[in-house]
Write a protein that binds this ligand. Structure first.
Ligand SMILES: *Cc1c(COP(=O)(O)O)cnc(C)c1O
Length: 368
């Protein structure tokens, strides 16, 4: 037994679709300006940090966390204005909620459907669970929904689960609300509106929970400024959420996250100021990007801006920016509609200035 080859064993037993995957890659970002992952660039004032540490001092890490996290749920209900009568399921990031949703309604022979380009985890989790994944291309010019194609795909595939990121990642736009209404009317299965970028837009389907029997809304505190805590939430009617809750691992929201997120949500004013600053920087950055020759920028309702390199090579530009100390996301090669595209997270005014200077210098070099 001991002389069997480990690689042969792995090849024999690991599911083929898992062997074919590459692990989610996170680049080294030591000492660079990090504009690749939609993080809030602002930290907390020293007094608030001190008060938070005082709160953490009272935590007993020898005990399991509260399995239902009632204090945190109460804080989320209040701060996100979850409609009365709607329940919440918490996830270790909304990534985990996507997995729980897929485990609840998915499985072999069932389909996850989503517009593309979109959030990569929808497809990944479909693969993990042996489900079919169908991506329906957005329109090439402005990344709006191709409603007819989407409705035809819904009719053909009858997806168990349909994900709509609102605003969409990595394109930054909001889909037309009327089109989403038609999709909700037509979809036979569960429709998840993923509002990860809610802090950066005024549009939301959260107040409309209950209007459709198949609508749930997913949010996260990651893009708000708490990416390190790993906390996502699913809001919707109890009939759905009671079932999803059964797939939740008992203590998925750890004590440090429960206490820290509850504390943070008591300081809503700070996050409103930070996200307002990011929104106004988004506008300034968009205007400056639009003036750069060799680049096309798309308007965004999120905390990032999608750009296409129209004169030169996106991978080369990505490398040059990295050399100048700025890390952005290279999307070239990830989807046919994202050819020569980069995604730029909106940073502080200083970080955005550094990005703009680095872009101007690198684009100049690339075309000269
Ligand atoms: C970032 C992101 C998520 C994941 O958020 P976490 O809560 O950090 O797991 C989900 N959906 C979309 C569209 C995102 O961009």
């Amino acid at each position: 037994m001991a002389d069997r080859d480990i690689d042969d064993l792995v090849a024999e037993w690991v599911r083929e679709e898992i062997q074919a995957l590459s692990a989610y890659h996170v680049p080294e970002a030591e000492g660079v300006i990090k504009l690749d992952a939609m993080e809030n660039p602002y930290t907390w004032p020293p007094e608030m940090r001190q008060a938070w540490l005082e709160r953490l001092r009272q935590v007993d890490v020898n005990r399991y966390p509260h399995p239902q996290a009632p204090a945190l749920k109460e804080a989320l209900h209040r701060s996100m204005a979850i409609p009365d009568g709607m329940g919440l399921v918490l996830g270790n990031g909304s990534d985990e909620l996507i997995q729980m949703l897929a485990m609840t309604v998915g499985g072999p022979g069932r389909t996850i459907l989503s517009p593309e380009p979109g959030f990569v985890m929808y497809r990944m989790i479909a693969v993990f669970l042996g489900m079919e994944y169908v991506g329906v291309p957005l329109r090439a010019d402005d990344f709006s929904l191709d409603t007819d194609a989407l409705l035809a795909a819904i009719d053909r595939e009858r997806p168990a689960l349909l994900f709509l990121a609102y605003p969409n990642n990595p394109t930054g736009n909001l889909f037309d609300a009327g089109a989403l209404e038609r999709v909700l009317d037509a979809a036979p299965g569960l429709v998840v509106i993923d509002e990860a970028y809610a802090p950066f837009t005024d549009a939301s389907f959260l107040p409309r929970l209950g209007e459709w029997p198949n609508l749930v809304v997913m949010r996260t505190v990651s893009k708000l400024g708490l990416a390190g805590l790993r906390l996502g939430l699913l809001a919707g009617p109890a009939a759905w959420l009671d079932q999803v809750e059964k797939t939740r691992l008992p203590y998925n929201i750890n004590v440090l996250t429960q206490v820290s997120a509850t504390f943070a949500l008591e300081h809503g004013g700070l996050f409103r100021r930070q996200t307002a600053a990011i929104r106004s920087e988004r506008q300034r950055l968009f205007e400056a990007l639009s003036r750069l020759p060799g680049l096309r920028a798309w308007p965004s309702e999120a905390n990032f801006i999608l750009v296409r390199v129209t004169a030169g090579d996106a991978s080369e530009l990505h490398r040059r920016l990295r050399e100048r100390g700025v890390l952005v996301k290279n999307l070239h090669g990830s989807h046919p509609l994202l050819e020569q595209c980069l995604r730029l997270t909106v940073g502080t005014p200083e970080e955005n200035d550094t990005l703009l200077t680095a872009l101007a210098g690198s684009l100049g070099e690339a075309s000269g």
